[in-house]
Design a binder for this molecule. Structure first.
Ligand code: ZN
Length: 319
């Protein structure tokens, strides 16, 4: 983009600031004890304030009361088209990737069982262009005001980065902005792995068709994925052992939805327990996705995804 285009683009983005993303949304359920209990169990939160006749809801549940659930929100979300329009504009400029970066909440009053939740959301800000390690793009901050029985109970702000993924061979972080062509699913390539100082040895192994597991230099505990320190004793000393390549399916999911560019659903994602005892996530190949089963023996192989990417995958032994 030229400087003029860049300024014009930013002006168009800035017009979204202050636009409503949702108006008069209604929470699907009143604030209620079962949801509070499930939340506390999932979080391991035993605070006595969340139980008993005078219970309040954990403040961090704020967003939960506004969520539409798996079936969607129906007519109750109050959602406007502003967010979609903003995304179309960003997608059209090649900023096709999105990552949630952070959220912060402010609590104004306690929520209690029986409270009726309503909310509004506004696109609060769209940032100047920013270059991050992921790629160059714009941060979009949305603020949701959550009300209980009509009175403000808290605000929930969340920020995303809409960006053009950095190209792996384009000079690295801080390099010139490279706006990738918007990738149609047909021509899309698998996302590149993030290679850093902590895991470079693993990827060096993959390049030699060796699956390397870290071994603690002090207590000999094996660890995977690669990390700077030992989770058992804290030691920073390590070497590696090469996996035999034998393993079993410890657990798996079959992905049907949502579709991602470069992935062709349905496909099986397995949690593979290696013979050495550590587990890793990878694709299970050589069998129809709906025929993958826990306990299936699998064997490592290296599958070429494209010109520059090879990945360890696991093929069922029978195939
Ligand atoms: Zn150790």
């Amino acid at each position: 983009m030229s400087g003029v285009d860049e300024a014009d683009f930013l002006r168009r983005l800035k017009k979204f600031e202050g636009r409503a993303a949702a108006t008069a949304g209604v929470g699907k359920d009143l604030v209620n004890e079962p949801m509070i209990r499930h939340w506390c169990e999932a979080m391991g939160d035993t605070n006595v304030a969340y139980t008993g006749p005078d219970a309040i809801a954990p403040p961090t549940m704020l967003q939960a009361w506004t969520m539409g659930g798996l079936s969607g929100h129906g007519d109750g979300s109050g959602r406007t088209s502003a967010y979609d329009e903003l995304f179309e504009l960003l997608d059209g400029a090649g900023l096709t990737s999105v990552v949630a970066t952070d959220c912060d909440q402010e609590y104004v009053r306690d929520l209690r069982p029986g409270d009726r939740i309503t909310y509004d959301a506004v696109i609060e800000s769209v940032s100047e262009p920013k270059t991050t390690k992921l790629g160059a793009g714009h941060f979009v901050t949305t603020r949701m005001d959550v009300r209980a029985n009509g009175a403000l109970a808290g605000t929930h702000r969340f920020r995303i980065l809409k960006y053009a993924p950095a190209q792996r061979n384009s000079g690295g972080a801080g390099g010139a902005r490279t706006v990738a062509e918007p990738k149609a699913s047909a021509g899309a390539v698998r996302p590149r792995p993030v290679v850093n100082r902590d895991n470079a040895g693993f990827w060096a192994g993959v390049a030699e068709h060796r699956l390397l597991i870290q071994r603690c230099g002090d207590c000999a505990e094996l660890r995977f994925p690669w990390l700077p320190g030992c989770h058992a004793c804290g030691s920073a000393q390590w070497d590696t052992v090469e996996a035999s390549g034998r393993g079993t399916v410890f657990s798996y999911v079959v992905m049907h939805h949502p579709p991602f560019p470069a992935f062709d659903p349905p496909y099986a994602v397995g949690l593979i327990e290696l013979a050495e005892g550590v587990r890793m996530i990878s694709n299970v190949v050589g069998v129809a996705p709906d025929e993958v089963r826990i306990g299936m023996p699998v064997r490592l192989e290296f599958q070429r995804m494209d010109d520059e990417l090879e990945l360890p995958v696991f093929r069922t032994e029978a195939s």
